[in-house]
Design a protein around this ligand. Structure first.
Ligand SMILES: O=C(O)c1ccccc1N[C@@H]1O[C@H](COP(=O)(O)O)[C@@H](O)[C@H]1O
Length: 223
């Protein structure tokens, strides 16, 4: 299966176009006011129109209430919701039913104990995204450019598809895929020149490096 590449936190037509033309499978839009990548509903609507089915549109939310989810559905009509907060399994079930779209639950990782939540989420979510656990005093639960210890996923057996994020860049994405055996990768800070400012060359380099990592692992498996 081909590696899914998600570029998250896109906020301008130009960088969105770069990600789409470079072959991103998923493009992420952040709806979380404290984030430097936060989008208004109107900006989300415009960027969403630009995608024209060339990639899956992912709406990133953090403990969003029902009204916010409804507004995002109306503006962006996302293909997937990325739930990046402390949503419980029960809340996940409600959201899944309310939006009628697949959900990708983020599991923050710092130690192996963080993986204990997986069986509950796996009943509802279509996909899991493992991200570095943010420090307690962080202003947001992700998008901080910090990696976690990928070896914690080394022996993971999960029936669901999963992706990995947290401090990825063109330089380390191949190693992250090799260690975690993730089916997808997600990046935000690692393709930016400053928080919230996406860099077209870094986006292209990341997608190239992610694709090359897969070619390399396929080569190894036929030897
Ligand atoms: O991007 C943000 O600002 C953000 C805000 C709140 C929750 C998650 C956020 N981003 C996601 O965090 C991970 C890791 O990002 P990074 O590459 O380390 O910057 C990724 O899934 C982003 O989508």
């Amino acid at each position: 299966m081909s590696l899914l590449v998600k570029i998250c936190g896109l906020s301008t037509p130009e960088t969105l176009e770069t990600a789409l033309e470079a072959g991103a499978d998923m493009v992420g839009f952040v709806f979380f006011p404290p984030s430097p990548r936060h989008l208004s509903l109107e900006a989300g609507r415009e960027l969403g129109r630009q995608v024209k089915r060339r990639a899956l549109k992912v709406a990133l939310t953090v403990d969003a209430d029902d009204a916010t989810l409804d507004n995002i559905m109306d503006a962006l009509s996302p293909d997937i919701f990325q739930l990046h907060g402390t949503e419980s399994v029960a809340r996940l079930r409600d959201i899944r039913q309310r939006v009628g779209r697949p959900v990708m639950k983020v599991v923050p990782v710092a130690t192996s104990a963080d993986l204990a939540v997986l069986p509950g989420y796996a009943e509802i979510a279509e996909r899991i995204l493992f991200d570095a656990r943010a420090p307690k005093d962080a202003t947001r639960p992700g998008g901080l450019g910090a990696p976690f210890d990928w070896h914690l996923l080394g022996n993971l057996e999960l029936a669901l598809p999963y992706m990995v994020s947290g401090g990825l860049s063109a330089d380390n994405v191949a190693e992250a895929v090799r260690v975690t055996r993730a089916g997808g990768v997600d990046v935000s800070s690692g393709v930016e020149s400053a928080p919230g400012v996406k860099d077209p060359e870094m986006i292209k380099a990341f997608i190239r490096a992610a694709r090359a990592s897969q070619d390399a692992s396929q080569e190894l498996s036929v030897r």
